[in-house]
Design a protein around this ligand. Structure first.
Ligand code: MTE
Length: 320
């Protein structure tokens, strides 16, 4: 079995919330199962929390221990008050601006090269998958990183539900397009809606994760509620938020940042400390909440799981 070994540059325990504290919170949650996990974690009354999100009872989910972390979890407050979500503005304090995002009803269109195109509501989808918690790292192309307890299900489970045709080579993900929900979508210089893509081989990798919760409860809006992607070996911009459409396609999709600035952003965007962004180095990253900079790792430390996907792609821009 693969696991990520603890590295010499690991941040000291005192500089972030130790995982043990998180685990204790989970033990507490287990003890108070009937109360609703999110309610205890967020400090909201249980009823208020479940009134907000009909899936609250599904959290916290059992942790999948396959993916070990080599650093401490980012405290929830740090993570939820520093986000990128351009539909709500080009700043980091998205949590102050995200109220207009309405996450129910929420329908995801599955179309393109599939046996049967369909629309599926988020709560129906949640009934058809097994939720689990995974501790993952996120490395933003802006050279900062976080460590998050995501809850969700493997993307490959969704691919199985969608039943793509063999002609499908890529998956294209699309975020909502509605300036009433995401007011910055009135800014016409951006190529809305936000689009991202993965190859079918990347989607089949067990690391590719559809995220519906974080910190033991349904996703907070600024994280991309009610459903987003997380592909931890790639720069964070690949992890598209608030998904409303998943299309199976033959041609490589052009993503949001490529459409905006193709000289700076490509399709593959795998993390590599030795391949600089045209305007800054990718050699190190600031671990948010700690004040520390640490060396960035090839494939963000997940090379054992994913390097094989790219073994026949020498000469292609897989780190850009
Ligand atoms: N998805 C959408 N729809 N809109 C965005 O602006 N930003 C991306 C990605 N997904 C973004 C998005 C970027 S640049 C990053 S680094 C991550 O979301 C940030 O995720 P986080 O806010 O949960 O840390």
């Amino acid at each position: 079995m693969h696991y990520v070994k603890r590295k010499g540059w690991e941040i000291p325990e005192r500089e972030a919330t130790p995982e043990a504290i998180f685990l204790n919170r989970r033990a507490l949650l287990g003890a108070g199962a009937g109360l609703g996990a999110g309610a205890i974690l967020s400090g909201l009354p249980a009823q208020a929390q479940s009134a907000q999100d009909p899936s609250a009872g599904l959290y916290p989910a059992r942790r999948n221990e396959t993916y070990k972390l080599d650093r401490d979890l980012t405290p929830e407050k740090v993570n939820s008050e520093y986000n990128n979500f351009y539909e709500f503005g080009g700043h980091k304090r998205i949590f102050t601006a995200v109220d207009t995002l309405k996450t129910r009803p929420w329908t995801i269109k599955i179309d393109g090269l599939v046996e049967q195109p369909r629309d599926i509501g988020i709560d129906d989808l949640l009934k058809q998958v097994q939720l689990e918690e995974r501790l993952y790292r996120l490395r933003c192309v802006e050279a900062w990183s976080m460590t998050i307890p995501w809850t969700g299900f493997p993307l490959k489970a969704l691919v199985d539900l969608a039943r793509p045709l063999s002609s499908a080579k890529y998956i294209r993900f699309e975020t909502f397009l509605d300036p009433k929900m995401g007011p910055a979508q009135k800014q016409s210089w951006y190529p809305w809606p936000y689009v991202e893509g993965l190859s079918m081989a990347e989607a089949a990798n067990d690391l590719s994760f559809m995220v519906t919760g974080a910190y033991g409860k349904p996703l907070a809006k600024q994280f991309g509620a009610p459903i987003r992607l997380h592909v931890p070996w790639k720069y964070g911009f690949k992890s598209v938020k608030s998904i409303t459409r998943i299309s199976f396609v033959e041609a490589q999709p052009k993503n949001f940042w490529q459409s905006l600035q193709s000289a700076e952003y490509g399709f593959w965007a795998n993390v590599n400390p030795d391949v600089a962004h045209p305007r800054w180095s990718q050699a190190t990253e600031e671990v948010l909440g700690t004040g520390n900079r640490v060396p960035t790792l090839l494939y963000n430390g997940y090379g054992d799981y994913v390097a094989d996907i790219y073994k026949d792609m020498q000469g292609q821009k897989i780190f850009f």
